[in-house]
Design a binder for this molecule. Sequence first.
Ligand SMILES: Nc1ncnc2c1ncn2[C@@H]1O[C@H](COP(=O)(O)OP(=O)(O)O)[C@@H](O)[C@H]1O
Ligand SMILES: [Mg+2]
Length: 230
Amino acid sequence: MLTVDNLNQYYGGSYILRNLAFEAPAGKVTALLGRNGVGKTTLLKCLMGLVPAATGGIAFEGHDLTRAAPHERVRAGIGYVPQGREIFPRLTVSENLEMGLATRPRGAELPPRIFEMFPVLKQMLRRRGGDLSGGQQQQLAIGRALAIGPRLLILDEPTEGIQPSIIKDIERAIRALAESGEMAILLVEQYYDFARSLADHYLVMERGEIVMRGLGSDMDKDGVRETLSV
Ligand SMILES: Nc1ncnc2c1ncn2[C@@H]1O[C@H](COP(=O)(O)OP(=O)(O)O)[C@@H](O)[C@H]1O
Ligand SMILES: [Mg+2]
């Protein structure tokens, strides 16, 4: 379980994250929705230690990670799939996946479920990451995050710029990971139907604040879709 407590963050003089407080429980998908520029990616960067939190707390499985370095958070079991994927284009698929093993004990192997979920990665192990389609790169980025054996998986807009057939594969994979009960999933999305189909709980952000929250099954009734339209 991830616990975020009164988190605040600023870029220069702008107040970007305002008193954020929420939890992401194990075995559940917590979907965070919000339009462009509301601070979703900044929040995830704070969770990963890529941007320091100004005030507030971040704890995972009872350990305070507020001041921990990014690699310590990965070692604590947090897998991160950044917006725009950020795979290594000149490294092979295999090498990209092995990057995810860097924090594991020597001799650790790639979890077989990466290839069960995304068989295309197995076929393309020797191809360069940069030669894959956008959707394949997204699968690779998820595979790399799974290679660390995460107990919290954080995904930043995994459907952005991806063709519908691969979106379905990614949806199935996220559902299976949640149902395994082995990890908490924090899913940032702007694609309402995707988030709605996966969310156990939802959060809506506007201008750095969480302005709505509830059960995934109440998203339609609560009017969450309308918060995303311009
Ligand atoms: N490195 C940065 N320096 C200054 N401002 C930034 C930086 N990154 C993002 N911002 C600003 O912070 C706000 C939140 O951005 P971001 O977290 O990327 O939002 P989202 O992911 O919800 O689209 C935006 O106003 C954006 O322009
Ligand atoms: Mg973003």
